[in-house]
Ligand binder design. Sequence first.
Ligand code: G6P
Length: 607
Amino acid sequence: MCGIVAAASQNNVINILADGLKHLEYRGYDSAGIAVIENKKIHSYKREGHVSELTNILDKKLTSNIGIAHTRWATHGKPSEINAHPHVSDNNIAIVHNGIIENYIEIRDKFFKETKLESDTDSEVLAHLINSYSKENDILDAVYLALKEVKGSYAIAVLDKNNADEIIVARHGSPLLIGVGENVNYIASDAHALIMHTNKFIYLEDGDTASISSKEIKIYDTNKKPVQREIKKSNLSLDSNTKNGYEHFMLKEIFEQPEAVKATIQDRIINNTVPKEILGPNVDKYLSNFNLVQIIACGTSYHAALLAKHWLEKLAGIPCQAEIASEFRYRKHAVQKGTLAVCISQSGETADTLSALRQIKQEDNYVGTVAICNVPESSIARECDSTLITHAGPEIGVASTKAFTTQLVALMLLIIVLGKRFDVTDELEKSLCEQLKTLPTKIKSTLDLDNEIAELSKIFSNKEHALFLGRGSHFPIAREGALKLKEISYIHAEAYAAGELKHGPLAIVDENMPVVAVAPNNVVLEKLKSNLEEVKARGGKLYIFADIKAGFKSDEISQVFEIDAPMNPVAPILFTIPLQLLAYHCAIIKGTNVDMPRNLAKSVTVE
Ligand code: G6P
């Protein structure tokens, strides 16, 4: 949710800021802006639209040794040039902000009743507040005093015209890191923006404030006491920022799944067993005393949670609840003693999931917290007792693909470890390990459906609505398929448990309503077949993704796509692949922005 990049250098920083913004664009892309200090003046440039709109207007001769930049995902105030960041106060102070100032109206009424504000944003008042405190305080104190007034979440970077060597930054609830260089230091919302310049990063903690110049980094805690934070080396590769010959990041990431899954199981399956050590040194805190699991997540990660619930209960006999984090955090819970919390998050920064985790940590009945996360340095990964990293590599496409399948793989590893005290026998463990090891090859074969699905998309993309059906552990996969289709092709799609069809959705089935079915060869196959007959009888057109042994044949009403997904617990992972491809190809035909769909962002660091 919004990307921040900033740099203080002995050389020109304009290209650093412009390139950084391009790499952060997946976090928000409705407007962008940059502010620099040149000849003792703040110069600010802003544009509505993608980062390229901004870089097109930047004067090629513009040079500066210090600057801040921002790419926005609108929360308060519509996407527009006026609402774009940086917000400049009195030509003195410029700020970029990620997060939400919840009490901005109170601040505005308390301090700026007489001031005519330019924008509709919550962030502009913070710029004015820092500016007014800077009249009688140095800039670091001014930032501290201003932030004392603020309720909400923020990562900010502040430029002060009268202090042209340093940038002040602060974080509370939104991610921010410092990139360490030689005669240059950087700030960014994440490491992607800076990996071409440095692989040394300091991850700021909540409550930290810092002053950054080209020569020096000074970090302070909430009480303004100087603190040291470790410099960590990132192993992000430059490659992960490129499309590697693919037309879109999403397609590249779909095709990376065999490798990503392989990397996620690597070194975690030893002689067909999964050692508890994969959960790190704190595993003994909860392994012998938990007796049920509560999973929390958002979006695609929530669909992984739903499948994990099936697996935990069916394979391990462990009671499990899965809940959307934004719902979980605002309701009262009857927590049973011995609950283990599992947070699933690709980014590890999703605001609702992070807040739910922090609430859980206050509650005695939870015996431990586990993160399934793709970003090792993220807040969720750092704040859980154990973290199982998905080795998907950076996921840039806003629609999650390889993060989802690797989350499922990591969850299966977790379930094996947790389940040994319950129903996971040595024999079951061995069988699940073998299934996981065959997955990369099976995903590769499933990807061969690409051309067939591209053909199907020519018909499918004309539709305005679609229904996705699945049963049991394949219902979460149908839900994920519907989500993928709507988020990138804007075709309205809903998923139903196939047995629910006759309780309402059948009323909307006719020849214009394509029905996509996920049809594994499992115990509910015959039930699913009956449900699909109900669709046929109403003239609905069926697109069935079926296991080769499920016995479906194409005819004038149904088109069957065969998948070699033997009847075993990991089969749902394979059925995910064709649904990702369907969404991708429909989006291509509809000409949408596949990697950056409208109104969305990759990392949702606001509520
Ligand atoms: C956003 C992304 C989704 C993602 C969700 C949860 O909505 O666009 O792809 O599933 O956030 O993100 P997380 O990083 O917590 O998995």
